[in-house]
Design a protein around this ligand. Structure first.
Ligand SMILES: [Zn+2]
Length: 329
């Protein structure tokens, strides 16, 4: 915020004679390629997305304008500063670094709850809490761009994930996510899909079109890290390969999307599983090790916090840390 105020004072000094509108025409990125900032006087009808599309060539970068100017919506006749890019890729600050919470859900129900089933009203309260407290849901691509030190993401980013592929995802969670303009990543296990309590491929295609990420939680949901008693080592390897490859092929065939990420069933993994994932082009995988993720977390050991059905809002809040203090003294 201090940066914004400083820059606004700087602008005021610089253009005391000229109107903001004139100044704006001199500083647009088209007129001044390489300019670090653009000062824009907003007009009726401008939105964060429309300004982002115009000045940052991407409506999805609206969060940059919102965050830099400390606003949630655009009002007319206001001067906004639009930075041409943000440089803080890993979210590193003098006193610590940004972390990203990844929330894991499974089943939803209208009323009843269990450890793995979250009631509709509870989920609604949690999403409302995220919205009212300035959290932004990010996509898997954004998340891994952050982990790979490629692009910065919103300061209060959260990755919402839903496991298995239950039908209640579509019936209960999706309308609430839509209401708060959040998206989510689905980790489906392919043998489950099409069953009575599961999503259909048609529903999964619809969700993909709405911007949801469709990824894998193996073929059968077995514990990938454990060789079964009646399984030879060779069979274990061959079966692992099926678990990892099958959902990838099916998602590509049925949804037309690349499957590049996996959530380990029960969060269990070992070095063999991770080697196999890399062999088949997976770029990352998720455990259920509770905690938020700094950019330097291992891509194949990403932390995820399961949100249990009996969590109250305080227990939920404990899983939303977006900053880790690091004392370098
Ligand atoms: Zn699962």
């Amino acid at each position: 915020m201090r940066k914004v105020i400083f820059f606004q004072i700087f602008l005021l000094c610089l253009i005391s004679e000229a109107s903001y509108a004139e100044f704006n025409t001199h500083l647009t990125s088209k007129n001044m390629p390489g300019a670090e900032f653009v000062a824009v006087k907003t007009k009726p009808g401008d939105t964060l997305s429309s300004l982002s599309a115009r000045y940052l060539n991407d409506p999805k970068k609206a969060w940059i304008i919102a965050e830099f100017n400390d606003i949630e919506t655009v009002t007319p006749d206001r001067i906004l500063i639009i930075p041409s890019q943000l440089n803080n890729r890993g979210g590193i600050f003098l006193n610590g670094c940004q972390t990203v919470p990844v929330l894991a859900y499974h089943q939803f129900s209208k009323k009843s709850t269990s450890r793995m089933t979250v009631a509709e009203a509870t989920f609604e309260a949690q999403m409302k809490y995220l919205k009212e407290n300035g959290y932004r849901s990010i996509t898997l691509d954004q998340f891994f761009d952050f982990l790979n030190y490629k692009n910065p993401i919103p300061k209060k980013s959260v990755l919402i994930t839903i496991d298995d592929g239950w039908k209640s995802t579509y019936d209960i969670a999706v309308p609430i996510l839509k209401k708060y303009s959040f998206s989510a990543t689905l980790f489906i296990y392919s043998d489950f899909i099409g069953g009575q309590k599961a999503l259909s491929w048609d529903q999964i295609r619809q969700l993909a079109e709405m911007g949801f990420d469709i990824q894998s939680q193996s073929k059968t949901h077995r514990n990938l890290a454990e060789q079964k008693k009646d399984e030879s080592f060779n069979d274990y390897i061959a079966n692992l390969e099926k678990e990892i490859l099958h959902p990838q092929v099916l998602i590509k065939k049925k949804v037309g999307r690349d499957c590049r990420y996996l959530a380990y069933p029960y969060g269990s993994t070992n070095s063999l599983v991770r080697a196999m994932l890399k062999k088949h082009g997976y770029l990352g995988a998720f455990t259920v090790h509770r905690g938020s993720n700094p950019f330097f977390v291992n891509n194949y050991m990403v932390h995820r916090s399961t949100i249990y059905g009996d969590y109250d809002i305080d227990q939920f809040r404990k899983n939303l840390s977006v900053f880790k203090k690091i004392d370098l003294k």
